[in-house]
Design a protein around this ligand. Structure first.
Ligand SMILES: Cc1cc2nc3c(=O)[nH]c(=O)nc-3n(C[C@H](O)[C@H](O)[C@H](O)COP(=O)(O)OP(=O)(O)OC[C@H]3O[C@@H](n4cnc5c(N)ncnc54)[C@H](O)[C@@H]3O)c2cc1C
Length: 478
């Protein structure tokens, strides 16, 4: 049994949904595109699972968060795929791939052939067993990667009102789940081996802000140690968490968020892998010219950093999906993927965004004892990253733009003094001319902006005082 399609998307997550929308926008014909997913539902906005989905009241449920509502685009319901002639094969895994023959073999025994394959298999949650601890299948131990996990987590939360939870891991999933558990009136202890939460992204100072806020909401932190084992009752339910530091925590439920592993298994030995993902070029094309990769599974060149990165964030999944369709359908009109990493999170009433890279010196601004603050990262004389908590739309757009521009920073003290005002001012200046690439070591310099800084620096310095005065008056919190 077999079917053939021009385009096949393997995986039915965020990237698949955004790619489907782009295919339709670019005029894919009925019957040309197929999506194969082992999930039972059409592509949805995965970030909703740790946020709206876990709310005790008015919780988000499908079909409300099918892609592409997260980017304020059309909501692609199963009906939409049907109307647009897209074959969506749900609840069906692909168990092997043959990139030479251009075929996929599904768990139902069907062979699906393609002319172009887009691998969008995302990643899976790492299991405790991979770290030598058993108990993942206990009924009150939860992971969170897909809708089945989320449904299970909701059931476990509801089974222990006002109970005690231990959240293992201080990254994205741990932080967002801890917040949701508190909102559900569960007592939470977070356990992680690092010195502070969100260790891959946050500085100690930034992490401290969030940890203090979490503590004010009743969350207890146990840092610098890891889980060593569980105690179980006679029904196999976990009753206590034993930590390597010798302490024990009584629990009614456990949430595990200890990282993810990209789903590359089908292509090992067939495609070049890097950074744990499928290595692709600027057109998102793998070492086999008919196979492309997008989203969490793709390791792609980040032009601004001059190196290959694999990102685990929804914005990169959405944008790489859009780009790959252009690269395949309009190769002559499409340049290389030029992406500045963007991460965000919303927890309790807090909301932060980060753009670029967190390397180099950190310059803080704003009021870290208040509700809004931020930081810039300056490396090799350029602003390469920016973080903002509690900003408004214009301010987030400003830090996004300033990070993309990578302006030269000569005076860190002056940058600190100007704070967010620096990003706002730079982002409001019209581009003098299209950016010109000037290679200097591994940096991509924006020549016109550089020139503009040199000539207009004095004017800005003078006008910034007036601006800062106005801005400070308008927004007291800075
Ligand atoms: C709970 C949660 C909250 C998140 N919150 C945020 C956030 O706030 N901000 C942020 O930037 N990012 C967040 N993320 C990360 C973001 O969701 C991912 O970066 C994004 O989903 C990646 O999209 P993707 O399409 O590459 O992978 P996925 O969305 O994971 O989709 C992969 C799909 O492929 C399917 N698949 C895999 N292997 C096979 C196979 N062999 N056969 C068939 N199907 C297969 C999977 O079942 C899945 O449907 C969150 C992730 C989770 C889990």
């Amino acid at each position: 049994m077999g079917r053939a399609f021009v385009y096949v998307i393997l995986g039915g997550g965020v990237a698949a949904g955004y790619a489907a929308l782009e295919f339709v926008k670019k005029g894919v014909s009925h019957g040309e595109l197929c999506i194969i997913s082992d999930e039972p539902v059409a592509p949805y906005e995965r970030p909703a699972l740790s946020k709206g989905f876990l709310l005790p009241e008015a919780a988000a449920r499908l079909p409300s968060f099918h892609t592409c509502v997260g980017a304020n685009e059309e909501r692609l319901t199963p009906k939409w795929y049907k109307e647009n002639g897209i074959e969506v094969v749900l609840g069906t895994g692909v168990k092997s791939a043959d990139v030479k023959r251009k075929t996929l073999l599904t768990t139902t025994g069907e062979t699906i052939s393609y002319k172009f394959l887009i691998v969008a298999t995302g990643a899976r949650a790492l299991k405790l067993e991979e770290f030598g601890v058993s108990g993942s299948d206990a009924e009150n131990v939860c992971y969170l990667r897909d809708i089945a996990d989320a449904n299970r987590l909701v059931n476990v939360i509801q089974s222990c009102p006002e109970g005690n939870a231990v959240v293992i891991g201080g990254g994205y999933i741990g932080m967002e789940c801890a917040a949701s558990l508190v909102i559900n009136k569960i007592n939470v202890t977070m356990v992680f081996p690092e010195e502070h939460c969100m260790a891959r992204l946050f500085t100690t100072k930034i992490a401290n802000y969030y940890e203090e806020y979490y503590k004010s909401r009743g969350v207890n932190f146990v840092k610098g140690t890891v889980l060593s084992s569980f105690d179980f009752d006679s029904n196999g339910k976990v009753t206590a968490v034993n930590l390597r530091d010798g302490s024990t925590l009584s629990v009614d439920m456990v949430v595990v968020g200890i990282g993810i592993r990209p789903n590359t298994g089908l292509f090992e030995g067939q495609l070049t892998l890097e950074k744990g993902g499928i290595k692709v070029n600027g057109m998102l094309q793998s070492s086999n010219s008919s196979v492309y990769a997008i989203g969490d599974v793709a390791a792609f060149p980040v032009k601004a950093f001059g190196e290959t990165r694999r990102l685990e964030h929804v914005d990169s999944a959405r944008k790489s999906a859009k780009h790959v369709v252009a690269a395949i359908m309009e190769p002559d009109k499409t340049g290389e993927f030029d992406y500045i990493p963007f991460f965000y999170s919303r927890i309790f009433t807090l909301s932060w965004q980060f753009y670029g890279d967190n390397v180099g010196e950190v310059i803080y601004f704003g009021d870290m004892s208040g509700s809004a603050f931020g930081a810039y990262w300056v490396s090799k004389g350029h602003l390469v990253g920016a973080f903002l908590e509690g900003g408004n739309k214009e301010e987030y757009e400003a830090i996004a733009k300033v990070t993309r521009l990578r302006p030269a920073i000569e005076d860190l003290t002056e940058l600190e003094r100007q704070g967010l005002g620096y990003a706002v001012t730079v982002s409001q200046k019209p581009a003098v001319s299209p950016p010109v690439e000037v290679r200097a070591s591994d940096l991509l310099l924006e020549k016109p902006l550089y020139a503009w800084h040199a000539t207009a620096g004095v004017i800005i310095a003078a006008s910034i005082a007036a601006f800062a005065y106005f801005y400070g008056k308008k927004r007291r919190r800075w």
